[in-house]
Design a protein around this ligand. Structure first.
Ligand SMILES: Cc1cc2nc3c(=O)[nH]c(=O)nc-3n(C[C@H](O)[C@H](O)[C@H](O)COP(=O)(O)OP(=O)(O)OC[C@H]3O[C@@H](n4cnc5c(N)ncnc54)[C@H](O)[C@@H]3O)c2cc1C
Length: 304
């Protein structure tokens, strides 16, 4: 990407009314806390404005990456020469009509599930403790404690890289385990409608409190991470396999297989991208050698 291209898209985004920041350290935008500097970050704003900037970047062949809360990402510490489109507060409206909540992609899952509770709507309690945004959650069909986005998403509005806005019905979303129609790329998720059911606010609150306590008890939330580092292999659990292979506590530099939950690789404070990748590579190798199972990384890895 040339300096002229960066200046061009920066001006375009500004003129469209979107916020821009230059030379942004991605470590501030990832829950793991790694990530080098990107030349430009654009804050998504209105639906049409965001779609216009996406079209402009695609037309000018400017490499870009979509980022929400950065809670499912492991980003290299080197310079990342792509524009980052941040789906955050600028695109985070939440509203309700009957049993349907409409939320923009930058709305935090915790905010949307709290909104559902406050409106006496049940079905989204599972998502309360997942630290992502609606866009990221739809992208990978986030789930926990027996619930997943698939159960509640009624429709999704997204734009392709030509800026064409399209509404996907639930049937078109191809949801699977940590997968959606968007997983292969090519779309920016702009908003979603969630279909919930009437419930009792106190019962919903109690369920959320119960799940939050479970998370605190089982997960190393005192450390930075990207949540579960490995997808659930068929018929077993990654954490169990890792523990059985004697890898609990395995450490490289500042990265470690959590002592509290072996499915989490954690940043003990000063982990580099390389430390994290070394721990992941070692875990995968040992589990494959000892159990013949190939673990697959759950978070997206940005190496460039
Ligand atoms: C402590 C902890 C606990 C977690 N627990 C869970 C859990 O219980 N269940 C679970 O499923 N996950 C869990 N996660 C992982 C993570 O929170 C979820 O995957 C979440 O849905 C990611 O959302 P995000 O906004 O952070 O996405 P990001 O990490 O910012 O992005 C993830 C991917 O989605 C794409 N993306 C993001 N927004 C959009 C958009 N608007 N349009 C198109 N593509 C987009 C990105 O390009 C990237 O490929 C946990 C993470 C942490 C740190």
């Amino acid at each position: 990407m040339t300096t002229e291209e960066i200046i061009g898209i920066k001006e375009f985004a500004r003129n469209t009314g979107l916020g821009v920041s230059e030379n942004v350290s991605l470590s501030r935008y990832t829950t793991f806390g790694t990530g080098g500097v990107c030349p430009l970050m654009i804050e998504a704003g209105g639906i049409n404005e965001t779609a216009a900037v996406v079209r402009e970047m695609a037309e000018k062949s400017i490499p870009f990456y979509i980022i929400g809360k950065g809670s499912n990402l492991i980003v290299n510490d080197c310079e990342i020469s792509r524009v980052f489109l941040h789906m955050g507060k600028g695109l985070s409206d939440i509203s309700v009509s009957g049993n349907v909540i409409a939320c923009q992609a930058g709305a935090a899952l915790s905010a949307v599930s709290g909104f559902a509770r406050d409106n006496g709507l049940t079905g989204l309690e599972f998502a309360y403790g997942i630290p992502g945004n609606i866009g990221g959650a739809v992208f990978m069909n986030a789930g926990a404690y027996g619930g997943e986005m698939k159960d509640v998403v009624k429709s999704v509005t997204a734009c392709d890289y030509k800026g064409n806005i399209r509404v996907f019905s639930a049937e078109e979303l191809d949801f699977g385990y940590r997968h959606s129609v968007f997983s292969q790329g090519g779309y920016v998720i702009l908003s979603a409608e969630l279909l919930l059911t009437q419930g009792d606010t106190e019962e919903i609150s109690a369920k959320m409190a119960e799940l939050t306590a479970k998370r605190k008890d089982k997960q190393p939330l005192e450390y930075r991470s990207a949540g579960s580092t490995f997808k659930r292999p068929q018929g077993t659990f990654a954490a169990l396999l890792i523990e059985e292979c004697g890898l609990k506590g395995y450490t490289c530099g500042g990265a470690q297989v959590s002592e509290k939950h072996s499915g989490f690789v954690i940043n003990r404070g000063n982990a580099t991208f390389e430390d994290i990748m070394n721990v992941i590579a070692h875990v995968k190798k040992v589990v494959y050698e000892q159990r013949g199972i190939e673990l697959e990384c759950e978070p997206e890895i940005i190496r460039e």
